[in-house]
Design a protein around this ligand. Structure first.
Ligand code: ADP
Length: 227
């Protein structure tokens, strides 16, 4: 589904954030990209989301090179991808329901569909009884569940999660990881960037280790380890 072919990303000042990246991610996979801060994890996710372009090499999404995705089609490409971040990025004056509904409203989806789909997705993330709560009335773990529901509402092929447990306690972190595994079981490809050793090891899924912008290990039933 996603292929990096000899990709390098050089930011200004000739700084190579990524080098010689060859990576294939199959539909339905759960993959954790790990490594120290600055290793290049977020850059990989930004390249998949076409938020950045590679300096060298090519990235393919469903066999189409991303460099052929014109500005016009970029929103179409991004509709395939749901994103979740460390800081939740919820709208503070909207309830859990409204935060998720808003993602549909901006696409012109009908009220009937919104009233059907939003409670369903909030149920899946375990927030069936918290729909009318505002972000400040929810725990960090619950806020991240809302963010995940919002990411899932367009039924994306892929969920990209950039340090989704970075602001959470160990129990909530584990719950979010279990939820990501459940979403993956339901068929969505999950790409996680994390330096949370415990949750990555508990997943026992494929682990790609980045060090200074290079892949130093790619382990199918992986552990977060130094290769
Ligand atoms: P990670 O997610 O593993 O912490 P990043 O992908 O965010 O790593 O960053 C990799 C390297 O690229 C870091 O050294 C970072 O400072 C640098 N970098 C990231 N984004 C930019 C940017 N927009 N401009 C210049 N350098 C950047």
């Amino acid at each position: 589904m996603i292929k990096f072919d000899n990709v390098a990303k050089i930011y200004q000042d000739d700084f190579a954030a990524l080098q010689d990246i060859n990576l294939e991610i199959k539909a339905g996979e759960f993959i954790s990209i790990v490594g120290q801060s600055g290793a290049g994890k977020s850059t990989i996710l930004k390249l998949i989301y076409a938020e950045e372009n590679p300096t060298e090499g090519q990235i393919f999404f469903n066999e189409k090179p991303l460099d052929s995705v014109s500005r016009k089609h970029i929103s179409e490409h991004r509709r395939n991808i749901g994103t979740v971040f460390q800081d939740f990025k919820l709208l503070p004056k909207k309830t859990a329901f409204e935060n998720v509904a808003y993602a549909l409203e901006v696409c012109g989806i009908s009220v009937e569909e919104i009233l059907e789909d939003v409670p369903q997705i909030l149920e899946i993330v375990g927030l069936g009884d918290r729909q009318t709560k505002f972000p400040h009335e929810l725990s960090g773990g619950e806020q991240q569940r809302v963010a995940l529901a919002r990411a899932l509402i367009h039924k994306p092929l892929v969920i990209i999660a950039d340090e989704p447990t970075g602001n959470l306690d160990p129990v909530s972190s584990l719950e979010i990881m279990q939820l990501l595994l459940k979403i993956n079981k339901l068929g969505t490809t999950v790409i996680l960037a994390s330096h949370d050793r415990d949750i990555v090891n508990k997943a026992a899924k494929r682990v790609v280790v980045l060090e200074k912008g290079k892949i130093i290990c790619d382990d199918v039933k992986g552990k977060y380890k130094i290769c």
